[in-house]
Design a protein around this ligand. Structure first.
Ligand code: FAD
Length: 480
């Protein structure tokens, strides 16, 4: 007979983990059987070999950066982007407020932040002091048609995130949450438009005889961006209602700390947004890492994208940040995830399986970058596995124009932003474009099946993904 659970949570990223955490706080795990299933490893076993091996070894079956307890959060920079208390909107992190309203979402995010503090997050918050200096940067931005969203940031740091999530993992295990690591949810079981369980398989196995079934009439999907492709397939197979959202495509940009000094010092992360001619697409900076390191982000099928992080103690002399252009496709093509994957694969093909890097000056002069040129470049790449080449072969004309116009305009806000030696790594793509249709209780069109976190397009960052988990637990309180 199938093992039966009161609740199955798929994915132990921040959204799934905080669902389990809040269920403990609500006293539900004492007599309810709650199972968390994660295809990656426990957080203490997660390790990225890139530094030792000198290159990305494409860990099998899953990348340790994006899979395992705490999901993409474990190796993330751990910047908790908090809502601005004085603002009547929530500028970044996702669309949770669309379902809960702004005030409730803010309360939830502050409550979630308290949990991070309880498990050891740094009490210091960046972006609350030096308001006159921040205003100067903001005024310069406004004068150049760029908006600066001012959000306070709590910075955990990559190595501290790891420690903090280990404590949360121990807490869940000590409080009766069952966790299956290295177990892949390969399918959902749906009967009469109602979920009745999941099919699982050991992550290492491809043998169909190792698939088995678990029963539950409540299943929460917190599968993150890395599970977005799988979720898309589940939508087609089980007729889960979804819609094509925006796909964010772009580059990781690396430049000297000295150029970004003011933004780093006063804001830690500057969230700049522009809608510049000729296309007027939304272009934004995202995930800024002062004195940080550019990193690989490896997806299934070895698709290698780029990201960045920074440590609390280990420092480079460069700042990196994403520059992303938002695109929307709906007629006749409506598969934004596929579009993003194609761009990533093109870049990988040109880099022989690696991320590509190119000097800004070379792009503007219409030439590729050569490895030997990087050796004498004033900005030294922090991602050692990146291959010098020509990113414009991989990224579409419209996106490239969006990014270059944005960089040139940003040079008026932050002098030196468009220095020819600055580096563009490709491709950085955000897979939250498969938007799952959910109601205000996060329930999908399938009864008993819920979607939270980044994977279904609800959130786009740590604090909101975690907050969506907290709210999920509160919704489940009276129904499991
Ligand atoms: C390098 C890097 C740096 C980042 N830095 C920041 C930052 O500084 N600040 C910030 O706010 N955000 C940052 N992010 C983004 C942040 O990590 C995510 O927004 C957040 O982790 C989303 O949480 P989630 O629970 O929705 O999904 P995830 O964290 O992606 O977790 C999903 C989990 O589900 C598992 N899973 C997927 N499919 C299945 C399946 N079928 N069966 C079983 N398990 C499955 C995955 O293995 C994964 O562990 C960063 C991301 C990366 C990769």
């Amino acid at each position: 007979m199938n093992k039966k659970y009161d609740l199955i949570i798929v994915g132990a990223g921040p959204s799934g983990v905080f669902t389990a955490y809040e269920l403990i706080e609500l006293g539900l795990t004492k007599d309810k059987k709650v199972l968390l299933i994660e295809q990656g490893k426990s957080v203490d076993k997660r390790y990225c070999p890139v530094e030792k091996a000198g290159k990305c070894v494409k860990c099998k079956p899953y990348c340790n950066i994006t899979s395992g307890f705490s999901g993409a959060g474990a190796f993330s920079d751990g910047k908790l982007t908090l809502p601005n208390k004085d603002s009547d909107s929530i500028e970044v992190g996702g669309i949770l407020d669309k379902y809960l309203g702004v005030e409730k979402t803010k309360d939830l995010m502050f409550y979630t932040d308290e949990i991070y503090l309880k498990f050891g997050a740094d009490p210091h918050v960046e972006g609350l002091d030096n308001l006159d200096k921040i205003k100067e940067i903001s005024d310069r931005a406004t004068a150049n048609n760029i908006i600066l969203a001012n959000c306070p940031i709590r910075h955990l740091g990559t190595e501290k995130s790891h420690e903090l999530y280990k404590k949360i993992q121990d807490y869940l295990l000590a409080n009766n949450v069952e966790i299956m690591f290295e177990t892949n949810v390969v399918d959902l079981i749906v009967e009469n438009n109602t979920v009745t369980g999941v099919k699982i398989q050991p992550s290492q196995s491809t043998d169909p005889s190792t698939i088995c079934e678990l029963s539950s009439d409540k299943v929460v999907l917190g599968i993150g961006r890395k599970g977005a492709n799988w979720l898309s397939a589940m939508c087609s197979k089980h007729s889960i209602k979804n819609r094509a959202g925006v796909v964010d495509v772009g580059v990781r940009y690396e430049l000297p700390d000295s150029v970004m000094k003011d933004v780093n010092e006063y804001l830690y992360e500057g969230k700049f947004v522009g809608y510049l001619p000729p296309y007027k697409d939304k272009v934004r900076t995202f995930c800024q890492n002062p004195s940080g390191f550019v990193a690989n982000e490896v997806y299934d099928n070895d698709l290698t994208l780029v990201n960045g992080h920074s440590y609390k103690n280990k420092k480079s002399t460069n700042t990196n940040l994403a520059i992303l252009a938002s695109h929307h496709f709906n007629d006749p093509f409506e598969e934004p995830i596929k579009y993003g994957v194609n761009i990533g694969e093109n870049a990988n093909q040109l880099g022989m399986g690696n991320v590509l890097v190119q000097r800004l000056g070379d792009i503007l002069n219409g030439k590729r970058t050569w490895d030997k040129e990087l050796k004498t470049n004033s900005v030294v790449p922090t991602l050692k596995t990146a291959v010098a080449g020509d990113i414009t072969y991989a990224i579409g004309y419209r996106t490239m124009v969006d990014i270059l116009e944005f960089i040139k305009t940003m040079d008026k806000v932050v002098p030196g932003f468009a220095h020819p030696d600055n580096l563009l790594y490709a491709a950085e793509i955000k897979f939250y474009s498969n938007e799952i249709v959910i109601d205000n209780n996060f329930e999908t069109s399938i009864k008993g099946l819920y979607s939270i976190g980044d994977g279904g397009g609800l959130t786009r960052g740590l604090i909101m993904a975690s907050a969506s988990g907290v709210q999920m637990a509160r919704i489940l309180k009276d129904i499991i």
